[in-house]
Design a protein around this ligand. Structure first.
Ligand code: NDP
Ligand code: MG
Length: 390
């Protein structure tokens, strides 16, 4: 029996993880499940999977969760301390699939207890890559990538020497607006941005795909996880989302990873690693697909993408600043307080402000300093908006 915990169990990645576990329930002991607002889903999964400990991120939903689990002996918790406790309960494998910087602290707990961390929460690596990888190293814990591009790179590197890599190419679908006339982007609505052409994902990452903030996070994630120089990383728009990433070696060979756009592929690889087991994903029919296309990302359409290289070159806590500013700008777009096209400019202005007063991003990489940087980045997005409105 493998003991597993799922942080962010009610989300898109969490539900896909549960789908795989549900197919072989006798092989897993589910220790902890966490969610936030979706109490009904959380409780239903906890009952079926006989979880031991169930947590909602929202303190004011504790009683709802308790009611939903009435008649069971499942332990319940709520709030930040309980999320951390969920990550710390001893297990073999933890899925980190909370959305946003909120996933960092519980994921670090999982590493501290030596569990294998299947990392969908890319924000952890963007905000605190060094801290995450060092915590893993100090505790002999393993981090396995779950983001589809990074799982693809990881798989293409099996048996290879990272020193022989001359480029890593990650693909981008181009998101909801890849074929829109540029001048229409200003009018893009939240609903339109939440409609991904190929992947079925949570709302926030879907909007981040349309703006390519998601790809910017993934470029930084590549740099932090594989330890490669920023100049080796490339992004190419690939509307079919069939090739997830390619690794180029010094002899000119390019190893590509192809698969159906189904996250159970990357989740299953991380769940069964180092074995490959059968997965319930569609098989590609190459002849039926006919052709695959690639094009360069247009900087005018995707101004967020280029910020990734500025962040990587700056280093320190600039990733935490970037991610938090992005999260806050996205909150404002979802609340319809700003336009889709305003997000990248707001984030850039906040990065400039950090640069002008660099004490914050040059403070050491501790969890406290990440959270302080995160706090200021969010506040400065709001201040920048007020300034622009006035
Ligand atoms: P969802 O929005 O679908 O799910 C997010 C999960 O986090 C839910 O369980 C949600 O609870 C919970 N949650 C929300 N806010 C908080 C909070 N403040 N504290 C604790 N938990 C919270 O997201 P996705 O599954 O799409 O994405 C999860 C992570 O995986 C992200 O980091 C994303 O970038 C990454 N990822 C996702 C992919 C995908 O295909 N979806 C692909 C690659 C990476 P509730 O729903 O109960 O409110
Ligand atoms: Mg991805």
């Amino acid at each position: 029996m493998r003991r597993v915990t799922i942080l962010g169990a009610t989300g898109s990645i969490g539900q896909n993880t549960i789908d795989l576990i549900d197919r072989q329930p006798d092989q897993y002991e589910v220790v902890a499940l966490t969610g936030a607002g979706n109490i009904a889903q959380l409780a239903a999964d906890a009952r079926r999977l006989r979880a031991k400990y169930v947590v909602t991120a929202h303190e004011d939903r504790l009683n709802d969760l308790r009611d939903a689990l009435a008649g069971t002996d499942i332990e319940v918790g709520a709030g930040q301390a309980a999320l951390i406790e969920a990550g710390a309960r001893p297990v073999d494998w933890v899925m980190s699939s909370i959305v946003g910087a909120a996933g960092l602290a519980p994921g670090l707990e999982a590493l501290k207890q030596g569990a294998t961390l299947a990392l969908a929460n890319k924000e952890s690596l963007v905000c605190a890559g060094k801290l995450v990888m060092e915590t893993a190293g100090l505790n002999a814990a393993r981090v396995l990538p779950v983001d589809s591009e990074h799982s693809a790179v990881f798989q293409a590197l099996v048996g290879e020497d990272i020193g022989a890599v001359e480029r890593i190419v990650i693909t981008a679908s181009g998101g909801a607006f890849r074929d829109w006339p540029l001048e229409q982007l200003e009018q893009a609505t939240v609903e339109e941005a939440s409609n991904h052409p190929n992947w079925d994902m949570g709302q926030r990452i879907t909007i981040d795909s349309a703006s390519m903030f998601n790809k910017a996070l993934e470029v930084i994630e590549t740099h932090e996880f594989f330890g490669v120089d920023p100049d080796l990383i490339e992004v190419v728009v690939h509307p079919e989302s069939t090739v997830h990433a390619l690794v180029g070696f010094r002899d000119g060979a390019l190893m590509a990873h192809l698969g159906a756009p189904d996250m159970r592929h990357a989740i299953g690889y991380a769940l069964h690693w180092p074995e490959r087991r059968e997965l319930p994903v569609a098989r590609l029919d190459l002849a039926a697909m006919g052709q695959l296309t690639f094009r360069a990302p247009d900087p005018a359409r995707y101004p967020a993408l280029g910020l990734a290289w500025a962040v990587m070159r700056r280093g320190g806590l600039s990733g935490a600043a970037f991610n938090a500013a992005k999260e806050r700008a996205l909150d404002h777009f979802i609340a319809r307080r700003i336009r889709f096209t305003e997000m990248a400019g707001l984030v850039e202005a906040v990065l400039d402000r950090f640069e002008a007063d660099s004490r914050l991003i040059d403070a050491g990489m501790t969890l406290d300093n990440v959270m302080i940087t995160d706090h200021f980045a969010r506040r400065w997005v709001d201040e920048e908006m007020t300034k622009r409105a006035g």
